[in-house]
Design a protein around this ligand. Sequence first.
Ligand code: GLC
Length: 567
Amino acid sequence: MTNAHADWWKQAVVYQVYPRSFYDANGDGLGDIAGVTAKIDYLAALGVDAIWLSPFYPSPLIDGGYDVADYRDVDPRLGTLEDFDKMAAAAHAAGMKVIVDIVPNHTSTEHEWFRAALAAGPGSPERDRYIFRPGRGEHGELPPNGWKSTFGGPAWEPVGDGEWYLHLFAVEQADLNWKNPEVHEDFKTTLRFWSDRGADGFRIDVAHALAKDIDSRPLEDWPDDPGQSCLAQSGSDDENPLWDRPEVHDIYREWRQVFNEYEPARFAVGEAWVAPEHQWMYASTDELGQVFNFEFAKKNWFAADFRLAIEEGLDAAERSKSTTTWVLSNHDVPRHATRFALPQVPSSTHHQIATDWLLRDGTTYYEDREAGTRRSRAALLMELGLPGSVYLYQGEELGLFEVADIPWGALEDPQAQMTAHGDAIKGRDGCRVPLPWTSLDATGDFGFSGPADHAAPHLPQPAWFAQFAVDVEEGDEASMLSFYRAALALRRALIVPTGDTSLAWDEANAGDVVAYQRPLADGRTLVSMTNFGATPVALPAGEVLIASAELVDGKLPQDASAWIACA
Ligand code: GLC
């Protein structure tokens, strides 16, 4: 389909809501679906095209809801199906689409299928929906092989009768067997269920892990650590049993048939942490439509790194005959305002510095918040001018930093729990702290909960949240929120309507400057320019539409971006 209506997602700005931490309408300290409905006006005023909700399904919340116990219901703590309907209707009435999260690699061990698998015993059809294998050793007391879970510890868990099940993530997240037709049918039912209830699209969790090749050689012959992307790096299609298998694409071609049952066709964006040269397959329009391009979220603040990320993203888009996505932050990575505030080390393993800094409660390195803010503003313009979709993570529009000093005892992320006594990492809670809506902390939660009488927010908020509260930023023209609103409005008015996805590098694009040109709806040409270096740079002749910092003698200073409309 080529009409603009059907292709809305190809140039959309999507706002990720992490429901438990967005807004709590009922006062239990956990954000909820009614809380999203209550803030639809805020999101519409921000100027986003769609909202994506991280999982809100019944879940023991071992992994923030990515451990789903029932794919076709709402967690009672977060609301009801009726609440979802109201939220979707409110979003649609405000002109916004709704994207829901699908978690097909694993279910919670509280899912009725997993309970049935335990009850039914070895060799049963119930066990075949998961990946159960006999243990090694005389009585099956040893794991089938040495695979490790992404969250630490072994990837196999014994169930007491000689069998073990596979979990690539937490023990409470059992991997499904995608060779079983019932699994296929059930997920198609889920996709239709939410499509019928008003979901316009889907975000697919760990999309690159579903197909597994476990039995083509004896389990103990596989390497202990297949690594998440060694397949992509090695270029060979059959070396990695777990990640990015070629057969995974059959699943998405099947889903495409379901998406196309709807008018307009549904789309999906896959979370696939694979090398850029493998991303395009997931994104092709006979599969999901889009895949996250996480390169911006991995880069340190260097012009060459961002230039490469842009080139690779555009290249992937061309190969998939779709569009790419740009992501600076999400619920799995330290917030970019903090990443850009910490020391920038060329080609350091991504997030290593932030991870170390978090581990010591934010004491190992100096967090230069002014630099972090400047660079975040500059990064936003660089990102919003590009062709493709932009995924924003809740709170980045307020310029929030990572919360580094959550006490260990208050952390919820299984990554932190599981590694607390080993090679520790603090996990991902620092970007999942409930949002500050009002600067007044009269009832101890910066307006996170609606009712005056409420439980404490599920993660503690720091005192400095007061400066970043929505009510403060709304009244301040110089705030991050005002800047986001202005930039989003310009993108919507002048860039997207052309329907032209071309980009040309500008002649200034070299050294410390990232500069590109795009067509504008009024016939002029946009030059987006970002200066990473210490020397201010001259701007081309034209109208400055917006700048992330004040110009210095008409020039663009360090860590700043500007959009110039040229004749
Ligand atoms: C994805 C989610 C992450 C979750 C993991 C396991 O990476 O984004 O939050 O922990 O999948 O479901």
